[in-house]
Design a protein around this ligand. Sequence first.
Ligand SMILES: [Ca+2]
Ligand SMILES: [Ca+2]
Ligand SMILES: [Ca+2]
Length: 183
Amino acid sequence: MVLAIILFGGWPATLYAQSGCNIHQTVRLHAEDVVGGDEFGSSVGLNGYTLVVGAHKSDIDGEDSGTAIVFERQGDAWEQAAVLVANEYTVGYNFGRSVGIDGDLILVGAVFGDGNEPGSGCAFLFERINEQWTEIAKLIADDGEAGDSFGRAVAIDGRIALVGAHHDDDQGNDSGAVYVFAQ
Ligand SMILES: [Ca+2]
Ligand SMILES: [Ca+2]
Ligand SMILES: [Ca+2]
């Protein structure tokens, strides 16, 4: 009986299951079209039978634009279901540096994306609609400044999303900040 599932990052991402005291590897995930330097596995998220893996150095939309790859469990296998990119030109964004998932929502951080200022960082919200993952919102900090690293960490639960900006300077150099968004 599977009691818990633990995900480890790194290349390649590997799925482990814990049963009793013994932890054994059950699946080694590979994404299609991943190449050297993409850093697939730099972020991971799991909700039920859907998981998402960041590859924030992917050149899919220009150098280091980044991507996040969605897998869905089909029977005993994890099948690649979507390759997420933002609707805008994302060269250098590092999209996928962080990922969060809850139900039919996925939040993807783009730590060097354009927000309030170029390079202040941003995050993109996707919703699974009719089996298609569709971008529905872009999150930015209204007071974001270049280098804030908004999007280095994200979390989502229901209609509340969190985005970390650990290089924000409001309380001193790189003191950091977390932004809460509610729909
Ligand atoms: Ca790259
Ligand atoms: Ca800073
Ligand atoms: Ca600030």
